[in-house]
Structures are given as structure tokens and as C-alpha cells.
Design a protein around this ligand. Sequence first.
Ligand code: ADP
Ligand code: MG
Length: 291
Amino acid sequence: ATPTSLMVGSGMGAQRGILIRNGEAIQTMKDVNLIAFDKTGTLTRGTPEVTEVISTDEVTSQEILFAAASVERSSEHPLAGAILAAAKEHEIELVAPTSFSAQVGKGVTGEVAGHQISVGNRKIINFENLPENLRIRAASLEDEAKTVVFVSRDSRVIGILAISDAIKDDAKDAVEALARHGISTAMITGDNEKTARAVADQLGISHVIAEVLPGGKVSEIERLQEVHKTVAMVGDGINDAPALKQANVGIALGTGTDIAIEAGDITLVRGDVTAVVSAVILSRATFRKIR
Ligand code: ADP
Ligand code: MG
């Protein structure tokens, strides 16, 4: 690119909330064949809320919230924030867990009032102990695009929490616009397959890569690059940073973590998904004639 075209491009980008940190990347953007999106906080608002508390016969929903939130006090995961907010709303007094451990991509475990409490997905509970009615209920909540968190006490599942994170208003239009520009889309998430699929279906994203461990996003980008050659990744989290670096163009949301912003080539200042489309248009308009 000539210095002038790059300057024009950057100036136009700023108006649309696109901050270009690496001039080469905005040039590469015109050649991108596939854009991979993180789910939580990128396609969804990242403000999860507990919508249902479902208990087994042996406990009340208050007891479930007490147990789950007491353990989650020690976690910084966004799901923990949602569970703590629900406990607060129901004016449940929490205790400090006497032990605590977090298991990446699974959930948390701690001792609360003499009981071993685990809170997380199917990987952290004893699946054989999951009552049939809860299993069916969990699957149908996941089909509604909700994330189901299982709560177990001394290895027995005592209930489930359904957590909903609204899809951003502009996400569907943005995905559709990318398709019109001939760009494929994919979603990469640590969340479970069913929930991820339900969110993707609402957006028209057909390629879903779910249950990816935090360290696994890089190799998923590498695999996408083998097929699609030039790949952009859009994300907001600490987990996304290595994948943003691996992608041909790393796009961080300005609403995201500093670590993601540092790793990205481009920052979408306002955190809107539509700005990804603007970046493609801007790149094609600015660099089309340059050989
Ligand atoms: P993501 O942020 O994309 O959901 P993570 O790797 O952080 O990816 O989490 C993957 C999954 O692990 C979550 O969807 C959830 O099921 C479970 N999990 C992780 N941490 C917690 C936690 N503190 N409480 C409950 N579930 C958790
Ligand atoms: Mg995220």
C-alpha cells in the first residue's frame, strides 16, 4: 500500500470504530475467506443471567443457589458472576468455602458447610448420577441456547441452573452481510455443543467448534487455515489472545480484555459485530487497486 492509501483507510476506520494497530492486517483483511468468532462476549453480550433453577425432590432451589454461589464466590468466570447475582437477588446469605479448586473448561469444586459441592458442566459431575428428568430438562434448555450448569453435593446432582446470555442485536445482520461478501463464518467456544449449535443456528453460522479448552483455540485456527487459507479471528477474552495472534487477522473487541486487545491487529472500539463487515469493506475499498 502507498502510505496515503493506508492513512485514508485508517481515518475512515476510526469513524466506524475500527482501530487499526497493524497496517498489514487491514490489507490482509480483503483476502480473508473465513472469519471465526468466539461466542461469549463476542457474538453474545457477555452478561449472562440465571433464568431457571431446577431442583431435585431432595432440595429447594434456595439450597442449590446457596451451595453453587458459595463455591462460585472464589471464581472469576462470567458464569460465576451470574450465579452470585441470582443468589443476591434471592437474598441468600453465602458462606466462604473451606476448600476451592477450579478445573479449566469444566467448573469449580469446593467444600461448603461440610459438603463437597461441584458446579459446572457434564465433565465435572458424575454423569451416571444424573436423574433422567434433569437430563431431559438440561437438553431442552440447551436447545434454547442456554448454558446449563450442574450442581452436585457429595457426588449427587441436586439441581441445575440455566444461564442465558443474549445474542447481540447486530450479530445476525453481520453474519448475513459477510456471507453476501463471500466470507464464511465459524464459531469457536468452550461452551457445550448443543448450546453453541443453538446460538449458531439463530445467527446462520453453520460451522460450530464447541467444547474447546482454553488452550485449544490456536490449533482450531490452524486447522481452519489449512482449509480456508486466510482466516480472521474475532474475540474478547484472555483465552482468545493466542488464537488472535495465530489468525491472519486478529480482531479484538474494545469491550474485551486488555490481553485480547494487545494480541489483536485490529480493535473494534465499540464491540459491535457489524464493524467486522465495515473492516472488510474498508480493506477491499482501500487496497483493491494496489498491486
Ligand atoms: P467459555 O468462556 O467459552 O464458556 P470456558 O473454558 O471458560 O469457555 O468454560 C467452558 C465451560 O466450562 C463453561 O461453558 C462451563 O460449562 C464450564 N465452566 C467453567 N468455569 C465455570 C464456573 N466457574 N462455573 C460453572 N461452570 C464453569
Ligand atoms: Mg468471549
